[in-house]
Ligand binder design. Structure first.
Ligand SMILES: [Zn+2]
Length: 343
């Protein structure tokens, strides 16, 4: 075979292998599965005038929540880009500025006091610097989150690295970030890449691999307001006794990855979150697709989660069991974007 012909055959073989790999990735990640929440938990959007002084919440999906009391508005994560399974697997990712603009608009947000990614993985922190840039918000979080902000060119004056358990005042809201843990990925290789070396030590300039968004610190946010208190648990991890003394009326409970843990882990997670905070309401979050669209209902390809979870999602069964055991506890899921009165 001539050298030229050999090169052509090699190129063709590479292309075939590439297409086959992309096909396998697509099959794995881009198929639909039922959402792990009960449709009966859905609460409608606020109807008519919202009473002045109310604390409201809006949910975009994953752990992106906007809180407002009419005077001060702030948000967790601010994640609107949804890189697809192929980009996540084979290429590098960057904030989608059109998606961010649309996401802020759909949430009715133009000014924010702060945006606080609950940890620094791409599905929490990737878009936060652009959200801060557009809204005048302070970017709050760990040193890793700060480096995501620096890599995006956000001025240092707009970045604040928070201290563990040091309260932050935002108008009448008082946020206390509590260092906690991320859930453990059951797949060892993924666990090592996602959690093994946790810090982003230098400004992170996208586009980069999804795994370059290292976890940083995983926070639980305790939020106190004269109207009520709540916890945002952004990842289904816990530290034994970490939430001792942090009671809350409402817990936003991260359930992503929970269904892949052992029954004993799920029990411990419940005890260390709901069992510590003693809320009257629990609002599961981070149960929707990472790659689905951010318009319309919370459906989309969720097989990626099932793949990470090794196909054994016990989330809904676990939550239903807890609901049956705690009839006094109200389970709710939020509509997308629409304002709901929290207190
Ligand atoms: Zn994460």
């Amino acid at each position: 075979m001539s050298v030229g012909r050999r090169a052509r055959v090699a190129a063709l073989a590479l292309a075939v292998v590439g297409i086959a790999l992309a096909g396998i990735a697509w099959t794995f990640l881009a198929t639909y599965a039922a959402a792990p929440v009960d449709p009966a938990w859905a609460v409608p959007a606020a109807q008519g005038e919202i009473p002045p002084g109310s604390v409201t919440v809006r949910h975009t999906g994953t752990a992106t929540l906007v809180f407002s009391d009419g005077e001060t508005t702030w948000m967790t994560d601010g994640w609107f880009s949804r890189p697809g399974p192929l980009a996540l697997t084979f290429s590098r990712i960057a904030p989608d500025t059109a998606a961010i603009e649309r996401g802020l608009e759909r949430n009715g947000v133009d000014r924010l006091a702060a945006v606080f990614p609950v940890h620094s993985h791409y599905d929490h922190a990737m878009d936060a610097p652009e959200v801060a840039r557009r809204t005048g918000a302070q970017l709050l979080g760990s040193e890793s989150t700060a480096n995501i902000g620096r890599g995006w060119g956000l001025p240092e004056a707009r970045i604040r690295v928070v201290g563990n358990r040091e309260p932050i005042a935002l108008g009448r809201f008082t946020l206390t970030p509590i260092e906690s843990r991320h859930f453990q990925f059951p797949d060892l290789a993924i666990r090592e890449r996602a959690l093994g070396d946790p810090e982003i030590r230098a400004p992170l300039v996208p586009p980069v691999s999804a795994f370059d968004y290292k976890v940083g610190k995983a926070y639980v946010l305790h939020v106190a307001h004269p109207r009520g208190t709540f916890l945002v648990v952004g990842s289904a991890g816990y530290v034994e006794g970490g939430l001792e003394g942090f009671s809350a009326d409402v817990v936003f409970l991260g359930t992503g990855g929970l269904g892949s843990q052992t029954p004993a882990y799920r029990e411990s997670y419940w005890r260390e979150t709901i069992g510590r905070a003693h809320p009257t309401r629990v609002i599961p979050i981070h149960w929707d697709s990472l790659t689905g669209p951010i318009e319309g209902p919370f459906t989309g390809p969720v097989r990626a989660a099932a793949f990470l979870a090794k196909g054994t999602d016990q989330t809904l069964a676990f939550l239903k069991e807890k609901q049956a055991a705690h009839p006094e506890l109200i389970f709710q899921t939020l509509p997308r974007y629409d304002e709901v009165v929290l207190f």
